[in-house]
Design a protein around this ligand. Structure first.
Ligand code: TYD
Length: 204
């Protein structure tokens, strides 16, 4: 029997703690005997990582930022995600297109239709099988961000930017409740891992 791979993404505002759970998701799937590829956006390929450096550290126009996010995503899909899924591996990505809706639409105010047009072009109907959205109130994320190492261009944004990002994520989860599962990231790590394990079991 051929077991086909699935695509799982982790999302949340900066400071929600999603990166902590990335390794857990990968280990959990490996324990089920799956080949797992862990990756991230922007990034995941040599060119994508170069674009990430520019995106995180160089000032640029908001539309340029959006277009570079999707250029990196095209490269990611063509060079890593689609080939991995085709050979049956599971792909776990730290962020994907929901982040463009949250940050570039919610945060920066770019029209959702523009993002949808790029999504249709680059993804041609492709979407994650499961998205874990780590949600925390703005003040909790703020406290975690300020405890973190040197801030990049996004992490230096004002609190109200992150409130818009959070609301855009929650709106998307509301519109696609079967794919986007919201986790209360104020919960302890052990408790969250139990919840994550249950969600992964459902997509296996
Ligand atoms: P992040 O995933 O938070 O990595 P780290 O934990 O190393 O800081 O950094 C990526 C940043 O890129 C994050 O601030 C959100 C932003 N981003 C967008 O604005 N749009 C996108 O489409 C993606 C994928 C990321």
């Amino acid at each position: 029997m051929t077991i086909s791979g699935k695509f799982i993404t982790l999302e949340g505002v900066d400071g929600a703690g999603k990166s902590t759970h990335l390794g857990f998701v990968a280990d959990w799937l490996r324990q089920q005997g799956r080949e797992v590829v862990v990756t991230r956006e922007p990034g995941g390929t040599p060119l994508g990582e170069t674009l990430r450096e520019l995106l995180l550290h160089r000032e640029m126009d908001a539309d340029t930022e959006l277009l570079l996010m999707f250029a990196a995503r095209q490269e990611h899909l063509a060079g890593l995600i689609r080939p991995a899924l085709a050979r049956g591996a599971w792909v776990v990505s730290d962020r994907f297109t929901d982040a463009s809706y949250a940050y570039q639409c919610g945060g920066r105010g770019i029209a959702a239709e523009r993002i949808a047009a790029l999504e249709a072009w680059v993804q041609r109907g492709f979407a994650p099988d499961l998205t874990l959205l780590f949600d925390v109130p703005p003040e909790v994320a703020e406290a975690r961000r300020s405890a973190a190492r040197s801030a990049d261009r996004f992490e230096r944004e004002a609190d109200r930017f992150f409130s818009r990002v959070r609301n855009a994520y929650l709106d998307r989860a509301h519109a696609e409740p079967a794919r986007i599962r919201v986790l209360d990231a104020r919960h302890g790590i052990a408790e969250l891992q139990v919840e994550i394990g249950q969600l992964l079991q459902d997509v296996l």
